[in-house]
Design a protein around this ligand. Structure first.
Ligand code: CTP
Ligand code: MG
Length: 182
C-alpha cells in the first residue's frame, strides 16, 4: 500500500463523515429548550433520554449536517474534486439524522445504566453517532456503502473518531459550550 493511498483513504473517510460529525457539535452549540422526552421518566423511574437531548439540538444539528454535506456535494462538483467519494443528498440526510439518532439511542441506554446526563460512558460516547449513521446507511443506502466505503476508510473512521471527539470536546469545554471535556 502506497503512502498516497493511505493518506487519500484518510481524506476520503473524513470527507464522507463530516455530515455525521458536525451535528454533534452543532447540537451542543445550538441545542436547548424542551427536552425530547418532555421531562418524562421510563418505568425504572429515570429519565427516558435526559435534559441533554433537546428538540432544538436534534433539528438544528441535523440541519447543520445536511448543510455541510450539501456544500460538499457542491464543492466536489464545482472544483472538479471527482477523486473524492461521491455524496448524494439522501446519503447526507441519513448521515446527519443517523448520527443524532445514534446519540439519542445511546442516551436512552445510558440512563438505563443509571448514568446521569453528561456522565462519561467510554466507547459509547465516542462511537454512538458513527454507529447510528452506519446502521441507517446500511439499511437505506446499502448500494452506496458498498460502492463507496473501503475497508481502509472504515479503519480510519475507527481511529479518527475518538481522537476528533476528544479534541472537539476539549475545545467545547474550554470555550464554555460544554460543562465537561467529554
Ligand atoms: N444536545 C442537544 N440535543 C441533542 C444532542 C445534544 O441539545 N439531541 C446538546 C445538549 O446541550 C448536550 C450537549 O449538546 O448537553 C452535548 O451533547 P452530548 O454530550 O451528547 O450530551 P450529554 O449532555 O453528555 O448527555 P448524555 O449523558 O445523555 O450523553
Ligand atoms: Mg456527553
Amino acid at each position: 500500500m502506497s503512502p498516497d493511498f493511505i493518506l487519500f483513504s484518510l481524506v476520503s473517510a473524513l470527507w464522507i463523515m463530516l455530515p455525521a460529525y458536525l451535528p454533534n457539535s452543532a447540537a451542543a452549540v445550538l441545542g436547548g429548550g424542551r427536552p425530547v422526552d418532555g421531562g418524562r421518566t421510563f418505568r425504572d423511574g429515570k429519565r427516558i433520554f435526559g435534559d441533554g437531548k433537546t428538540w432544538q439540538g436534534l433539528f438544528l444539528g441535523i440541519l447543520a449536517g445536511i448543510l455541510i454535506g450539501s456544500m460538499e456535494i457542491g464543492a466536489r462538483e464545482y472544483f472538479g474534486l471527482m477523486m473524492l467519494p461521491e455524496l448524494t443528498f439522501p446519503v447526507v440526510v441519513i448521515l446527519a439524522a443517523g448520527a443524532l439518532l445514534g446519540d439519542l439511542v445511546k442516551s436512552f441506554f445510558k440512563r438505563r445504566l443509571g448514568k446521569e446526563r453528561g456522565a462519561e460512558w467510554l466507547v459509547a460516547d465516542q462511537y454512538d453517532f458513527v454507529i447510528g449513521a452506519f446502521v441507517l446507511l446500511l439499511l437505506l443506502q446499502y448500494e452506496w456503502v458498498v460502492a463507496t466505503v473501503t475497508p481502509l476508510m472504515v479503519l480510519w473512521i475507527i481511529i479518527m473518531t475518538p481522537l476528533l471527539h476528544r479534541v472537539v470536546n476539549i475545545i467545547g469545554y474550554l470555550t464554555g459550550v460544554k460543562d465537561v471535556p467529554w
